[in-house]
Design a binder for this molecule. Structure first.
Ligand code: ASP
Length: 575
């Protein structure tokens, strides 16, 4: 099988050359004395012309064939193909392997259900669009290796069988056969190890790291996923973010030839929440949130008088298409965020209308029009209540409107840092204090004074990189002082004994000359989604799980043999 080249290496330059090609039959058209075969390999498709002068074996779709022939110029080029100016006139065709009729169409456009695609993933992966996603993924990784290697980073692997790492999700556990009743946890991230590598004097570490989190799945989440994980010593926040911006700019350049303008904007978390109602704002469109406390300072409307926050957005050119049903849906959305409802006003011929106007003073109407610079056909949506419900609700509506009104131009990218996150947050249900990022994040020096009095006031040296409204990565400067680290664990409710048991080895290491260090992790899957142009994380992973965390191809997770359970000392409790 002396293959001379990949299909799409061929062009008009190769006319009259003898070639030997191997690939799959993508399509075949039989015109009596002539037959056309679309031959597909990883690079793409070339047309093969078969005359009845040669002895052609029986050929069907997805057969693997070996073609020898001569490259000829086509009279009428096929613009849809990269190799459309030429075709290969076959002088011999050999079937290397046959194929059953495939359960899905092997082409970019497929109507196969996703579970069928996942069950026959090896066939799904033959679709060029899927191969392109994996190619983008590979090119991102190559770009990372090159950039970081140049800056004297080294890649170090960290254990997969380890102890729990506190990233806030549930762990996947692996029972120990040798120590019954003891479990390894799969790493939620290499966080502790990469910090120990800094204490170990490595100074610049990275790893394309597999991470595991047992969470409810969504369109952009998988139980096992990949991070570009990075840690550095002796850089301050500014130096570190600048270095990481360089990396992201190189990735964009290398994969899609897009110039990212540097430096990236750095938006404090508080402003992101105030203006966009999100810590991962998409700033490619307007409809920013406005604070309306001032507008309503004399309000007679009781709910507004008591509200901690009154905020609104103004969406242009939608009032006339906003039906009763749309308004009801907006109200339902508000309920999901734990708010009673919304006040909705339309601007009809420069006048505000809607049932809510009966609660408005004339001066409030004028002030609203002025605040939003509102014009005919705008809609103004106002929410009032606790700040941490009002802002996210309006943020979500802002995104919905942008999508609905098709305001986002394709192939535009919006990159920014969100910085100064609160160190802690309160769990909405339990009210317990948790780390916004993780417990190793360093509090801002000027906020250390609140450690004892009011830890929720503390802001941190934590940052996220946000691309097109996705959190594409995040990290922080780390605590390198043993006492502060212990204090943070205490605030999080860990007893002295918990700290010893879970993190004793880590806290001990701090005593031996810990360098100031900082790091972050980029989500490789998400970056590939953004650069590959899909909003489904399963498209960018070769063998993903479905939304029920099942692999329809292998059937994992599966029951195991009784003997394996006995060896592990495990008894399964049937529900
Ligand atoms: N370990 C963090 C995460 O997985 C990233 C970091 O702080 O470097 O989100």
């Amino acid at each position: 099988m002396n293959r001379t080249c990949f299909n799409t290496d061929l062009s008009i330059k190769n006319v009259e050359q003898k070639v030997s090609l191997i690939g799959w039959v993508s399509k075949k058209r039989n015109l009596g004395s002539l037959m056309f075969i679309d031959l597909r390999d990883r690079s793409g498709i070339v047309q093969v012309l078969v005359n009845d002068s040669i002895n052609c074996p029986d050929i069907r779709n997805e057969y693997v064939i070996h073609v020898t022939g001569t490259v000829k110029k086509k009279d009428v080029p096929n613009k849809a193909l990269k190799t459309g100016e030429i075709e290969v006139v076959a002088d011999n065709i050999e079937v290397i392997n046959t194929a059953k009729t495939t359960p899905l169409i092997i082409a970019d456009e497929t109507d196969a259900l996703e579970d069928t695609r996942l069950k026959y993933r090896y066939l799904d992966l033959r679709r060029p669009v899927m191969q392109n996603y994996l190619d983008v993924r590979h090119r991102i990784k190559m770009s990372v290796h090159n950039y970081l290697d140049n800056l004297r980073f080294i890649e170090v692997e960290t254990p997969i069988l380890t102890l729990s790492t506190p990233e806030g999700a549930r762990d996947y556990l692996v029972p120990s056969r040798i120590h019954h009743g003891s479990f390894y946890a799969l790493p939620q991230s290499p966080q502790i190890f990469k910090q120990l590598l800094m204490i170990g004097g490595l100074e610049r570490y990275y790893q394309i790291a597999r991470c595991f989190r047992d969470e409810d799945l969504r369109a952009d989440r998988q139980p096992d996923f990949t991070q570009i994980d990075i840690e550095t010593s002796f850089l301050d926040q500014d130096q570190f973010l600048t270095m990481m911006e360089g990396l992201i700019a190189k990735i964009f350049k290398d994969t899609i030839n897009y110039e990212v303008k540097l430096p990236l904007r750095r938006l404090p978390y508080k402003q992101a929440m105030d203006r966009y109602g999100s810590d991962k704002p998409d700033t490619r469109f307007g409809f920013e949130l406005h604070d309306l406390k001032e507008v309503f300072k004399n309000t007679t409307f009781e709910a507004y008088q008591k509200a901690e926050a009154i905020k609104g957005i103004c969406v242009n050119n939608v009032a006339s298409i906003t039906s009763r049903k749309v308004i009801d849906n907006l109200t339902l959305e508000a309920k999901k965020f734990g708010l009673g409802g919304l006040s909705i006003l339309k601007n009809e011929n420069e006048e505000l209308t809607g049932s809510f106007t009966k609660f408005l003073l004339e001066e409030e109407k004028a002030a609203l029009i002025k605040e939003f610079d509102s014009h005919n056909d705008d809609i103004i949506i106002i929410a009032a209540g606790p700040y941490n419900r009002v802002s996210p609700l309006l943020g979500a509506l802002r995104n919905q409107y942008a999508r609905q009104l098709d305001l986002i131009k394709p192939n535009t990218f919006d990159l920014l840092w969100v910085i100064d996150f609160p160190l802690f947050e309160r769990d909405i249900e339990s009210n317990a204090i948790t780390s916004t990022h993780h417990p190793f994040t360093r509090p801002r020096d000027e906020d250390l004074k609140y450690l004892d009095s009011d830890p929720t006031k503390i802001l941190s040296y934590a940052y996220d990189i946000v691309i097109n409204g996705y959190e594409a990565g995040g990290g922080s400067l780390r605590i390198y002082d043993q006492d502060i680290q212990k204090k943070i664990f205490e605030i999080l409710g860990l007893s002295e004994e918990d700290i010893k048991r879970k993190f004793g080895f880590f806290v001990d290491a701090f005593q031996y000359g810990t360098p100031p260090h900082a790091g972050m992790a980029f989500g490789l899957d998400r970056l590939t989604m953004i650069l590959g142009g899909t909003d489904n994380i399963r498209d960018v992973i070769a063998f993903p799980k479905n939304l029920s965390a099942v692999c329809p191809m292998s059937g994992a997770p599966a029951v195991v043999d009784e003997q394996q359970l006995i060896d592990l000392g495990i008894q399964v409790v049937k529900e």
